[in-house]
Design a protein around this ligand. Structure first.
Ligand SMILES: [Zn+2]
Ligand SMILES: [Zn+2]
Length: 302
């Protein structure tokens, strides 16, 4: 089996897509991160970045494709690309969709209306792909054996893993994002770990449970939407972090590398560069996410 652990960024922007000359280097699409772990394709969030990812997955498809799509929450910037995710329209795809229950609705109830008339001309329930929905609960652990595309949901992270070749996704719920909270995900494979923590806000310091969850991660993708000045001038309580909050989390949890993510849509490339520079002064191993960025967990992280 191919041993690879790649993280690719297809959408790095928060709130709404912002194409244009000011965002060319970082990109204007909203949240979507692809993780290739062994033979498994995992996707985190279906912002507008998922549209190009879907097309690429179809181009590379050979036989049946197993895809796992994890939603952090249901805000539009994390769902807007979903109706245009082309593997949904292909009979060769087997898609497992994971997401939390929010405001009394499970993830199937959340995404089905946005892909049915009158919001969309095609009814998702009539599409040829195979789709299975799973509700993500706090501390859920989803595992894949090396040769199977079918996930195992055991609900516990303590079970002894049979092999390092297994892929394991763990979930942690945070209420720091208004109004209904969001899920933070951790992916572990072959002794390496990446955490996807977007749409979080630590205005009273990081939640201890969050720090325990991300402790020692090789790669931390963290919400860093605002500068401190903008945060103080009216963005407090919006559910997003400053660069300083992201750095504080990375330091306190001894992660190896920090990726600044969920960029504020009104910031241009130069402003994002300046935020990256500020972060590096306190945590040298920091990079600002951009569309097309690819990180090889077996190469980049020492
Ligand atoms: Zn968001
Ligand atoms: Zn949100």
């Amino acid at each position: 089996m191919a041993q690879r652990f790649l993280v690719r960024f297809w959408g790095v922007r928060g709130s709404y897509p912002t194409p244009g000359p000011h965002t060319l280097r970082h990109g204007g699409n909203t949240s979507c991160v692809e993780v290739q772990a062994g033979t498994h394709t995992l996707i985190f969030d279906a912002g507008s970045g998922i549209i190009r990812l879907g097309d690429e997955l179809l181009r590379g498809m050979n036989g049946t494709a197993h895809i796992a799509l994890f939603f952090t929450h249901a805000h539009a910037d994390h769902l807007v690309g979903f109706p245009f995710f082309s593997p949904l329209f292909d009979a060769r795809t087997n898609i497992h969709l994971f997401g939390p229950q929010l405001a009394g609705q499970n993830i199937e109830q959340i995404v089905t209306p946005m892909m049915s008339p009158p919001y969309f001309p095609v009814d998702m329930r009539k599409l040829p792909s195979r789709r299975t929905f799973h509700t993500v609960t706090d501390d859920l652990c989803v595992m894949w054996h090396p040769d199977s595309g079918e996930p195992l949901l055991d609900g516990t992270r303590n079970e002894k893993r049979e092999s390092e070749e297994e892929v394991c996704v763990m979930a942690k719920f945070t209420h720091s994002h208004p109004l209904n909270g969001a899920v933070i995900y951790s992916v572990e494979y072959a002794g390496r770990r990446v955490v996807y923590a977007t749409d979080v806000e630590w205005h009273n310091g990081c939640e201890p449970e969050f720090l325990a969850f991300i402790e020692g991660a090789d790669l931390l993708i963290h919400d860093a939407q605002y500068t401190v000045d903008d945060y103080r001038q009216g963005k407090h309580g919006f559910g997003h972090s400053t660069v300083e909050m992201a750095v504080e989390a990375a330091q306190a949890a001894h992660v190896k590398e920090l990726i600044l993510f969920h960029h504020e849509p009104t910031y241009n490339d130069s402003q994002l560069d300046a935020m990256e520079k500020t972060a590096r002064e306190r945590f040298a191993c920091t990079r600002s996410a951009y569309e097309g960025m690819e990180i090889d967990l077996f190469k980049n992280i020492k």
